[in-house]
Ligand binder design. Structure first.
Ligand code: SAM
Length: 287
């Protein structure tokens, strides 16, 4: 079995199937032989586990996952890659490739159907154009995975792993960190891909929290407050939070009760501060 990180071999298989890379689908395939084994290793897989891969491309990471897991399901949007994967994964009898869009797939049902009660890890070299939507989709739908190991643009990794109170912290940081513990694992240079993207990447790992403090309705309000606060991050909260439907006087009262300065801006707040504001805003709106 030839290595898919052998550029000559990869090119010949892709050519044979008349495949051309699509920029729109974020197709940058890994050619650095050290990256996929490290990513698969980081999932903590054993032969009792299932693995879901998003966007297998030509199957380079899929093969590594298949070595470690009992079964791998790989979800690929680009139908042109299905015959390629049939060839490159011919020797992996524990892999099932499904044609579909991750953002339109009911993953909880899929995982239940494919893996039953087995623990599951999700692993992906994510297409850059939908990094945050995919991560938020996985977390908001509370997909029953033990861990999510993904490669993302370095800047996106900095944002997702930022500490509250720093400049890198944004609405998406707080949203992701509400649902999961998140950590940076290792950097991957742009030269590790074919074709090379214009930016470097980083592998990060998210561990979804088993218990969340809020019900769905309260979560919705929390995220609309966070979005409003960061939507105009240069403004003080008193001004920015009005977008969420609260009156200026109500916001001042809420901040007072929460012990937060009237001149504070979104990036100075911790998640606990937003949770306090959320409870008080709920009282105000009668929710
Ligand atoms: N895993 C391969 C690798 O590491 O070399 C390919 C990674 S490439 C960055 C992203 C892959 O995701 C491509 O194969 C692309 O066709 C696929 N993809 C793009 N959008 C998708 C979507 N919405 N659902 C599922 N797969 C998608």
């Amino acid at each position: 079995m030839e290595a898919l990180t052998d550029i000559g071999y990869m090119k010949s298989v892709l050519q044979k199937h008349g495949f051309h890379f699509s920029k729109a689908l974020g197709q940058n395939f890994l050619t650095n032989p050290t990256v996929c084994p490290r990513m698969a290793e980081a999932c903590g897989l054993t032969k009792e586990w299932g693995a879901l891969e998003v966007g297998p491309g030509c199957g380079v990471l899929t093969r590594e996952l298949a070595h470690l897991a009992d079964k791998v399901v790989a979800l690929e949007l680009d139908a042109r890659l299905l015959p390629v994967l049939e060839e490159t994964l011919a020797e992996q009898d524990n892999v099932k490739v499904i044609h579909g869009d991750v953002l339109k797939t009911d993953l909880t049902t899929l995982l239940q159907e494919e893996f039953g009660d087995r623990p599951v890890a999700i692993c992906a070299n994510l297409p850059y154009y939908i990094t945050s939507p995919v991560i938020m989709y996985l977390l908001e739908s509370r997909v029953p995975a033990e861990c999510i190991t993904v490669m993302v643009q370095k800047e996106a990794a900095e944002r997702l792993c930022a500490k509250p109170g720093t400049r890198e912290c944004g609405a998406v940081t707080l949203a992701v960190q509400y649902y999961a513990e998140v950590e940076k694992l290792f950097s991957v240079s742009r030269g590790s891909f074919m074709p090379s993207p214009k930016v470097d990447s980083m592998v990060i790992r998210l561990k979804p929290k088993k218990e969340l403090p809020l019900e769905k309705e309260e979560e919705k309000r929390l995220f609309s407050l966070i979005k409003a606060a960061f939507g105009q991050r240069r403004k003080t909260l008193v001004n920015a939070l009005q977008v969420s439907g609260l009156q200026k006087e109500q916001i001042k009262e809420i901040l007072d009760k929460a012990g937060i300065s009237q001149t504070a801006r979104a990036e100075q707040l911790s998640m606990e501060d937003f949770l306090k504001i959320n409870i008080l805003a709920g009282t105000k709106s009668g929710l």
